[in-house]
Ligand binder design. Structure first.
Ligand SMILES: Nc1nc2c(ncn2[C@@H]2O[C@H](COP(=O)(O)OP(=O)(O)OP(=O)(O)O)[C@@H](O)[C@H]2O)c(=O)[nH]1
Length: 134
């Protein structure tokens, strides 16, 4: 995984519910992101993954059952949404708001877990801020 990708707070992986090949590709991406987390021992600080089934308006041509996508999402600790970007503008907005809120919350939790933050606070409490010598 590149440095830029490893710093990401979250990933939105969008597939087309009427094209199974796009779902298969989405699964490949999810697996490689989670494998990278394991390789880097980042289970505690892993990025949020959001699996999104788009083109819900084409459900009469559906090739990916919702239950199957939900199962994959559950297996890989992803949040799951299904919507139509073309017809559900408000749902898309709400989804982005939820995703951003979720990432902010996760970052707060990660910050609390990070020992270096509290160690830095402890050092600054003990020694105070360095003053310039006169
Ligand atoms: N019916 C329907 N079509 C959609 C929806 N969202 C996007 N599309 C159409 O899907 C096509 C691809 O959309 P893009 O925005 O180009 O998405 P992309 O991920 O770049 O897609 P690719 O070009 O296939 O890689 C366009 O013709 C869009 O109009 C949707 O919710 N419903």
């Amino acid at each position: 995984m590149s440095k830029e990708l490893s710093r990401a707070d979250g990933f939105l992986i969008v597939y087309d519910i009427s094209r199974r090949s796009s779902f298969v590709f989405a699964k490949t991406i999810i697996c490689s992101l989670r494998e990278a987390n394991v390789r880097m021992c980042r289970r505690d600080t892993e990025a949020g993954l959001f699996l999104i089934g788009n083109k819900q308006d084409l459900c009469h041509m559906r090739e990916v059952p919702q239950e199957e996508a939900q199962k994959v999402a559950l297996e890989h600790r992803c949040h799951y949404y299904e919507l139509s970007a073309a017809e559900q503008c408000q749902e898309v907005n709400d989804m982005f708001t939820t995703i951003v809120r979720n990432i902010i919350l996760q970052n707060k939790i990660k910050d609390k877990r990070r020992p270096s933050g509290s160690m830095a606070k402890l050092i600054s409490n003990v020694f105070g801020k360095r003053r310039k010598s006169v």
